[in-house]
Design a protein around this ligand. Structure first.
Ligand code: FES
Length: 165
């Protein structure tokens, strides 16, 4: 259930926009931050707020890499598979993360902490191979640096809600 405070805030932002639909991504991100992912219920609520059909909003949701229609971990790791990262070791980064976390790309660790996904170029080509963790960029990656990053995240545990994917 969407908290009244969030609903009022989103309604205000939509009302201030020139065209309600221009707020579609903001609304989906806000609902995703609240629910942890864009659930069917959240999609329906967002569509209703925006005056769109759920199909129209779903089309947008599935277009964006950072809107999740299924539950994800507290930390979403997007490993860049753009051409520069591909040439500079993308596969070894992905393989190493898969082995360390015990999951394949597209999966979430059983403890719900990490989700591993590929992503196209994140604009970090000069520091490739690169990845995002909850939209924060890291690179150039080495296996040692990946170890450090994962260790820090594991020690930190769950991030605050506003820092979640
Ligand atoms: S190709 Fe990976 S950051 Fe550009």
């Amino acid at each position: 259930m969407m908290p009244k405070e969030l609903q009022v805030d989103l309604q205000r932002k939509i009302a201030e926009a020139e065209h309600p639909r221009e707020m579609a991504i903001d609304v989906m991100v806000a609902l995703q931050t609240h629910y942890g992912y864009l659930s069917d219920e959240a999609l329906r609520q967002g569509a209703a707020l925006l005056g769109m059909t759920t199909v129209e909003l779903e089309e947008l949701a599935t277009f964006y890499e950072f809107i999740f229609r299924e539950p994800v971990g507290k930390y979403v790791i997007h490993v860049c598979d753009g051409i520069v990262c591909w040439m500079n070791g993308h596969q070894s980064v992905m393989d190493y993360l898969s082995a360390k976390l015990g999951i394949r790309p597209g999966q979430t660790t059983p403890d719900g902490l990490f989700t591993l996904l590929p992503v196209c170029c994140i604009g970090y080509c000069d520091r490739s191979p690169a990845m995002l963790v909850n939209r924060i960029a890291y690179g150039p990656l080495t296996l040692g640096r990946i170890d450090d990053i994962l260790q820090r995240l594991e020690e930190r545990g769950s991030p605050p809600r506003q820092d979640r994917p």
